[in-house]
Write a new protein. Sequence first.
Length: 342
Amino acid sequence: MKPAATILLLFFTNLVFSQSKSVSMTGIDEVTSHTALARLLTANDSTDKQRVQSIFKWITDNIAYNVRSFQYINSPYWLDEDEDDDTSSVLKPLDERVANLVLKRRTAVCDGYARLFKTFCDDLGILCEVITGYARGSINRVGAQFRSNHKWNAVYVDSAWHLIDATWASGYINYRNEFEKEYNGYYFFTKPEDFLIDHYPEDTKWTLLQKPPVVKEFYNTPFKTAAFSRNYIQSFKPEGGIIEAAVGDSIVFELQNNRPKKTLWVIDIPYVDSNAITVMGCCGISKPVNTINGNKISYTYKVTSDKIEWLTLIYDDEVIMRYKLNIKKDLPEIKPGLILQP
């Protein structure tokens, strides 16, 4: 064999051997970026599902849950005092900044797990979204805690969206409030109807179901998004999350807080996000009429169709709450001739 061919053969042999070895945490920051790591982890994969599974498994194996930070999930924990404070540099996207810090620290809360997974998917050209919503855990009291408290992912593979939760797949918090690493493959490509048992998204389209069923928490209180907390809502009406009404009925929604009053109104389409709010607010929708009484603001909604199922409250152009509407059917007319005499 010619020397050049021998060298080339040895090069490819070493390359294949190096790719077949598992990637350890030791020295990984010194040799690769998140982009290079994503490519290295998936070097032997031939399908997007295999690539997604490889990065999912690496994250769950190598990132530990930050128990000390979980109660501060809405704080900007990704802002690191050790980061370069050069204001002349271009600020990287939030997902990438969080991903870099998670790789640096090897710990995260759910926001870090979800953003790292999305960043890896972005590096590989795979569509992925970070989903915000409510996760039902053992510490959640039904009703009072029915609000956004968790983040997970939806990833587009084989012409369909799939749901994953790298945080819950990585382990659990034990009775000593310590993180126990234990892989749980149930939260990889979970069936939507099963995922909804303990994951309820702010935007119901991410249930991936045509008609999302009502979860039991609605019977005690409406669903509250992260924006509910940001607006310091002190009280609200109706208090129950399921409203019984007939076509033609008027429903009064009321909020109380100590912030300057903005606008409160209701959207009755099934799926509501920031784009829907913008379109409905600018294209033919009249300005909502609010009643102000001290530190309370109210809006009266009239039921116009028996097809309406969901009512979403918008406060200052943000989704803050969601109710389920059950339309009461008209009772059959009682004809005099059918009345039984005692």
